[in-house]
Design a protein around this ligand. Structure first.
Ligand SMILES: Nc1nc2c(ncn2[C@@H]2O[C@H](COP(=O)(O)OP(=O)(O)O)[C@@H](O)[C@H]2O)c(=O)[nH]1
Ligand SMILES: [Mg+2]
Length: 376
């Protein structure tokens, strides 16, 4: 049956309405999809942004990428090399003949080696040159290098490169305790973060005690480092006595079978008698939990402080009986010669060296590598 004109108009109108609705719905769906996509991007941007650490609002630390390559030791010690051996090398460049002993002595004295080390090195040079046929640059270089190696042989048990784990004297059973001491800003907290990360990576169960109860921001800074290292922190609220923190931390480490407890302490000068008494007490109370604890008492020394570092080490050694040193900020300093002074004057082994601010910038000290780096 043929459709009437009115019916045709009605059908066409209906079809038009359906088409119109479909277009409108399509446009709306597209619009909502765009809005949702933007929202999703916004959310993912927010979750990718670093979440602020509520416990450490005022602490800003260097950014760290684990994939970054290790610092090259020779590169790190470049300035020390230039300051020490580079200046001796320059002497022979300007005038190849002659022994230049006076100038060499002056260079050594201004290289943070310490007076005893300079005397020993000069003695070795004079002896060698009295016997040598030629007093050339090579003879001088080799004599100094050999004598510096001999100096390290007096304090370093192991000469070659090895891992951080091998530098620590572990307890035969129970937790091994490392107590970290030194002046303010030497790099104690940073070094603890770096050590913890390496020990955790090797499968050790590590606890870090927040024994710097002196500075308000110290606990927060340590927390940032222990989070990065994926280790646990022991930082009881409201406890201001560092000995109590150390005692309770060790009791926990013992009861819960931790492999290592690292005790951070507040920075202090060796001249502050009351603070030196306090640190002796921290050491004493730990021995009540485990008689041999702490198994390592390590001083952290900033290589930039040169001769002052020797004095700090001497005084802390008198008070606490140090078992080793961590020499930080070896990157970029010209005063790395202090490592030789430490070995000669105090016979304290340098266990670890800091070569930067990132978590991976800590190395086991190797006298061999060190000597090779400063006599390039
Ligand atoms: N370049 C460099 N900086 C370091 C090194 N170790 C520590 N620092 C920096 O030294 C400053 C003081 O470190 P910190 O651990 O807070 O010292 P603390 O007061 O002894 O605990 C920080 O800015 C660290 O980033 C290192 O090996 N190289
Ligand atoms: Mg600190």
């Amino acid at each position: 049956m043929p459709l009437s004109h009115e019916q045709l108009v009605e059908i066409l109108f209906g079809l038009g309405a359906v088409l119109f609705t479909a277009i409108v719905v399509g446009i709306m769906l597209k619009f909502f999809r765009i809005v949702r996509k933007e929202k999703r991007e916004e959310i993912s941007q927010v979750s990718e942004a670093p979440t602020p650490t509520p416990s450490a609002p005022e602490v800003s630390l260097p950014k760290t990428t684990v994939a970054e390559v290790e610092v090259n030791l020779k590169e790190a010690l470049k300035k020390t090399e230039e300051n020490l051996f580079g200046r001796i090398r320059a002497l022979f460049k300007t005038e190849a003949s002659g022994q230049h002993l006076d100038e060499i002595e002056e260079i050594l004295y201004t290289s943070d080696l310490g007076p005893l080390t300079v005397q020993r090195l000069m003695g070795a040079l004079q002896e060698k040159l009295s016997k040598a046929e030629r007093a050339d640059y090579e003879t001088i270089r080799e004599t100094l290098k050999t004598e510096i190696k001999n100096i390290f042989a007096g304090s370093e048990k192991v000469f070659s490169a090895e891992g951080i784990l091998e530098k620590i004297c572990f307890a035969p059973s129970g937790p091994t305790v490392l107590m970290i001491v030194g002046v303010n800003g030497a790099g104690k907290t940073t070094s603890i973060g770096k050590i913890s990360a390496q020990l955790a990576k090797q499968g050790k169960k590590v606890l870090v005690a927040a024994g710097d109860t002196f500075r308000a921001a110290a606990g927060g800074q340590l927390k940032v480092w222990t989070d990065r290292a994926h280790v646990e922190i022991f930082s009881p609220e409201g406890v201001t006595d560092p000995s109590a923190v150390a005692y309770d931390a060790l009791a926990k480490a013992k009861a819960q079978s931790y492999d290592i407890l690292i005790v951070d302490t507040a920075g202090r000068l060796h001249t502050q008698a009351n603070l030196m008494e306090e640190i002796k007490k921290i050491k004493r109370v730990m021995a009540k939990v485990i008689p041999e604890a702490p198994h390592e008492t390590l001083i952290v020394l900033d290589a930039n402080s040169g001769q002052n570092a020797l004095m700090q080490a001497r005084e802390f050694h008198k008070a606490l009986g140090l078992t080793g040193a961590i020499l930080t900020k070896m990157d970029g300093t010209a005063k790395g010669g202090v490592a030789v002074g430490l070995a000669q004057e105090l016979q304290i082994p340098i266990k670890l060296i800091g070569v930067g601010e990132r978590i991976q910038d800590l190395r086991a000290f190797s006298a061999q590598e060190f000597v090779d780096s400063i006599f390039q």
